[in-house]
Design a binder for this molecule. Structure first.
Ligand code: SF4
Length: 710
């Protein structure tokens, strides 16, 4: 029988609407959803052709339990009984990673299990590795950690400033909407990136700063705005605080000094600043509307040891120019995974409850009343620290849902050593990936196409996910597995069984909405009737919110935070490792590649790790385009294929972090962290590149062995 199911793309945070076509319970093809307001009938290659991972023969179909050193098939009852017994031993030394690929409902149940049953706030997810500095900075300066605007604002802006991200590879449908603005409406475009990305070809100004010098660059733009008197004085006076103290820091250096510090042309820096602060009106802008500028950024800003400072410097610019709270302007940290926004909203972060609500007595009391049990009120341990604290014994057991830290953590050899020291590890996922291979118990989860739920995209739009095909093997939705586990443990820790007796994802969402002010007005009935809704949506008759901060900021006034350029990175090039490694993504793969490596159409496009290197460096090293090369850092090595192009700066190489042919960039990266957010410095470390020699043939990435000393 043929069916069509309207759902949401499971790859990136754009959250495109998809239509899954099925015949006899097999997915036959995937189409766009023309009615989806986030994607407007567009899909990228991953959304259209990347879905075959759902019914791939590698899918886990039964629970696996380690016996005699081997993972062996087990019944659900046996597996969950073992997990329940063992986890009860580790209350107080336990941590959990949630999945930004799973639904809001899965996430909400997982954080409830961790807080209520395991008695800890040690829960986190991959936001720690992508936008935790953005969230940290936005909470301090504005009082909310979300994107302030919508994708439609990119089309209504008079200037787009795209910083430290490559939308063509990472958020392709957003890239299309940005191109439309430039091509159809004459919107000005400023691109800031150490790599010449495709979007730079259309830019009015392209700035290619030296890696790690972003604070100098944005302070330089701020200085240029001040020099030209283009600051929005009315906005600053009425809506902000801390301006004078911040200004005193910015004017310590001239535009020329800032430009020199980051290696860009001072005239181009001034022009970028003018375009952002006072863009010329785009074509078709109503005469009475002030031209707006949107600031969009990615992990080129955040994944540094001073990532939070970088985000502060950007938000200072938005406050200075008054580019917030109107149509056609705003700030957008472009979210990575499909549901990274929702996973944080649902409470899978260690420092706040669902809806980013603090552990204040009155807030905690509301949760305790609803859940009829006490919850911990001390902030938990952040994801990267959970891994590091395995070494100290503070974390001895972990429950990892839908994440593969042995591809996503920095310095993988170090991370592998730590994970092997865990006393008990449970992994719940679709495939037996690198982390699952080390687990004591592996639980098979359903993919997005086998369950109902919701995802929340980068523009805060909550959208439905709908079951299109039967569950693969004995796999189950994450929320259902966690509820089954929780019921085995709850009575032994004083928690009501009824707290995990949900009959449907709609019931879970209703509880989450009751406890989370920004979601209070959203229900499945409304989502099914009207399509996706952007939070905040405080009541059932509220239409949702296109942009934030029209009248005020959640913290009252927007706060300027002075920041100075620090040492560009924890590890800089030297004689042994003379090049700077920058990591990121490629269009045809998703993150570490756990899903997309199982899609032949995507593997046909990119099957080896590309190592992008400048022609000058390549010539000096005797490397030609297409040569096999070895990249080494102090922590590891990989083999890849040279792509020689002047798109990267001299002295820099770019390697995506997908694992292909046993090579992965995170063997090279540095486990040095930004202090406030604890994000690793994925964007800068020192490496050397050599043409691969015949005796290097046996080199792999130095992968951790797939077993643990028990
Ligand atoms: S842009 Fe993102 S959400 Fe849209 S189809 Fe591509 S991967 Fe999916």
């Amino acid at each position: 029988m043929e069916r069509k199911t309207v759902s949401t793309c499971p790859f990136c945070g754009v959250g495109c609407g998809i239509v899954l076509h099925t015949r006899d319970d097999r997915i036959t093809w995937v189409d766009d959803d023309p009615g989806n307001p986030s994607s407007r009938g567009m899909l990228c290659v991953k959304g259209r052709f990347g879905i075959p991972f759902v019914q791939h023969p590698d899918r886990l179909t039964t629970p696996l339990v380690r016996r005699d050193g081997e993972l062996q098939p087990a019944s659900w009852d046996d597996a969950l009984d073992i997990v329940a017994e063992r986890l009860l031993e580790y209350r107080g030394a336990f941590g959990s990673f949630a999945s930004a690929k799973a639904t809001n409902e899965d996430a909400f149940v997982q954080q409830k299990f961790v807080r209520l049953v395991m008695g800890t706030n040690n829960i986190d997810h991959c936001t720690r590795l992508c936008h935790s500095p953005s969230v940290e900075a936005m909470l301090v300066q504005l009082g909310s950690g979300a994107t302030s605007n919508s994708y439609i604002d990119y089309e209504e802006a008079s200037c787009l400033v795209v910083v430290g991200c490559d939308p063509d590879s990472n958020h392709p449908v957003i890239a299309s909407r940005m191109r439309k603005a430039v091509d159809d409406y004459g919107t000005k475009l400023v691109v800031v990136n150490p790599k010449r990305i495709d979007l730079a070809e259309r830019a009015d100004v392209f700035l290619q700063p030296a890696p790690g010098t972003d604070v100098a660059l944005f302070n330089g733009m701020a200085r240029a705005i001040l020099d030209d008197g283009l600051e929005d004085r009315e906005f600053i006076a009425a809506r902000t605080e801390g301006f004078e103290a911040w200004r005193a820091v910015v004017i310590e250096r001239t535009v020329e000094e800032y430009a020199q510090a980051c290696g860009v042309d001072p005239h181009a820096l001034r022009l970028a600043a003018r375009l952002y602060a006072r863009p010329p009106a785009r074509r078709g802008l109503p005469a009475d509307e002030r031209p707006g500028s949107c600031l969009a950024w990615g992990m080129g800003i955040t994944q540094h040891t001073h990532g939070t400072d970088n985000a502060h410097a950007l938000i200072n610019l938005a406050l200075l120019a008054g580019q917030l709270g109107r149509p056609g302007c705003g700030i957008s940290p472009l979210r990575g995974q499909n549901n990274v926004q929702g996973c944080g909203d649902a409470g899978c972060i260690p420092d706040s409850l669902p809806g980013y609500q603090p552990y204040r007595d009155d807030v905690a009391a509301r949760f305790e009343e609803a859940w009829n049990a006490g919850i911990p009120r001390e902030p938990g341990i952040k994801a990267t620290d959970m891994v590091e604290r395995i070494a100290t014994g503070e974390i001895r057991a972990m429950y990892i849902v839908g994440e593969n830290p042995l591809l996503s953590e920095p310095n993988l050899a170090h991370a592998g050593d730590l994970f092997r020291r865990l006393e008990f590890l449970v992994v719940q996922d679709l495939f037996l990936h690198e982390t699952a291979e080390l687990a004591d118990v592996v639980l098979p989860a359903c993919s997005f196409a086998e369950k109902d739920g919701t995802f929340t995209n980068s523009e805060r739009r909550v959208q439905r996910v709908r079951q299109a095909v039967p569950r693969v093997g004995q796999s189950r939705p994450d929320w259902e597995i966690i509820c089954d586990l929780a019921r085995r443990m709850a009575p032994r820790v004083g928690v009501d069984l009824g707290q995990f007796a949900y009959r449907s994802p709609a019931e879970i969402f209703a509880e989450m909405a009751r406890l989370t002010p920004q979601l209070r007005g959203i229900s499945y009935e409304q989502l099914d009737r009207e399509g996706g809704i952007q939070w905040p949506c405080p009541s059932a008759d509220h239409p949702g919110t296109r942009f934030l901060y029209a009248e005020s900021f959640p913290r009252g006034r927007g706060r300027f935070v002075p920041v100075r350029q620090a040492t560009p990175a924890a590890e800089l090039p030297d004689a042994d490792y003379p090049l700077i490694l920058n990591t990121g993504r490629v269009l045809y793969h998703w993150h570490g590649g756990t899903l997309t490596r199982r899609v032949q159409a995507l593997m046909d496009q990119v099957s080896e790790v590309p190592v992008t290197i400048h022609p000058g460096d390549a010539e000096r090293l005797g490397i030609a385009d297409g040569d096999e090369v070895v990249v080494r850092s102090r922590r590891g090595r990989l083999t890849g294929r040279a792509v020689v192009t002047d798109a990267v700066r001299t002295g820099s190489v770019f390697v995506p972090f997908v694992k292909l042919r046993e090579s992965a960039a995170n063997f090279l990266t540095n486990n040095a962290y930004d202090e406030p957010s604890r994000i690793p410095e994925y964007k800068v470390c020192a490496v050397r590149v050599e043409k691969k020699r015949p005796w290097d043939a046996a080199l792999t990435g130095g992968w951790p062995t797939a077993s643990r000393d028990k």
